[in-house]
Design a protein around this ligand. Structure first.
Ligand code: URA
Length: 218
């Protein structure tokens, strides 16, 4: 069977030993899951216990909350693609280390290049800072669209943050409302059949960059 380039990339990482996480108790590499033709991609930090067991991102408690939040924005998991910055579980769910991010980031960038999403929603500080290539706090940039070279970045709080700090949940829900507004404004009406686009994937038509937003980075 011929593999797609995305499947080939996944295959090339199955036995990855490029960083120390390979020897620190991971069960498997958690590559990513979802619609390979998605126009919307979500990027988290790293697999946790449940993700490491199942081999899929966001299948634990944070994943359940993410599913509800996606539904509130009119999205389902089969319409989107979900990956993490780091593909292997850090021991005891510790934060990723710089060398691990640097080792794994090229594979996230290749996933993005192959999937070609129009919109990438980063969940939390790690994913946001990795793709923005700036050390900027999530609370400063969340729920806004940043027009990067190849896609629009829409940072959001990490669902796990709202699980740990219940007072963040209303903000997270509000931010997904803003995501829905952004999608509603930028989604083309459905086209008739005979299109190559997967029927369930929303077709985003995002307007041109707003350079003034870059001021936010100060
Ligand atoms: N948190 C993440 O950042 N990613 C997952 O896959 C699960 C929890």
């Amino acid at each position: 069977m011929t593999l797609t380039p995305l499947q080939e990339l996944a295959q090339s990482l199955v036995n990855c030993e490029r960083c120390k996480l390979a020897t620190l108790g991971r069960s498997q590499v958690v590559f990513g899951v979802g619609n390979p033709q998605a126009s919307i991609m979500f990027v988290g930090e790293a697999p946790g216990f449940n993700e490491d067991q199942k081999g899929e991102p966001f299948v634990g408690a944070a994943g359940k909350l993410l599913n509800d939040l996606l539904a509130s924005a009119g999205l389902s998991r089969d319409q989107i693609y979900i990956a993490n910055v780091i593909k292997c579980r850090p021991p005891n769910n510790r934060d990723p280390e710089q060398d691990e991010v640097e080792t794994c980031k090229p594979f996230l960038l290749q996933q993005i290049k192959l999937i070609q999403p129009k919109l990438v929603c980063t969940l939390g500080n790690w994913a946001t800072q990795t793709l923005l290539e700036r050390k900027v706090g999530i609370t400063k940039v969340k729920a806004q669209a940043f027009h990067l070279k190849d896609f629009v970045l829409f940072p959001l709080l990490h669902p796990a943050a709202a699980l740990h700090q219940g007072n963040l949940l209303p903000t997270l829900k509000e931010d997904f409302k803003k995501l829905k507004e952004f999608l509603d404004k930028n989604t083309k009406p459905a086209e008739p059949a005979n299109t190559t686009q997967t029927p369930t994937a929303p077709v985003l038509n995002i307007e041109s960059p707003q350079p003034a937003q870059m001021d936010l980075f100060g």
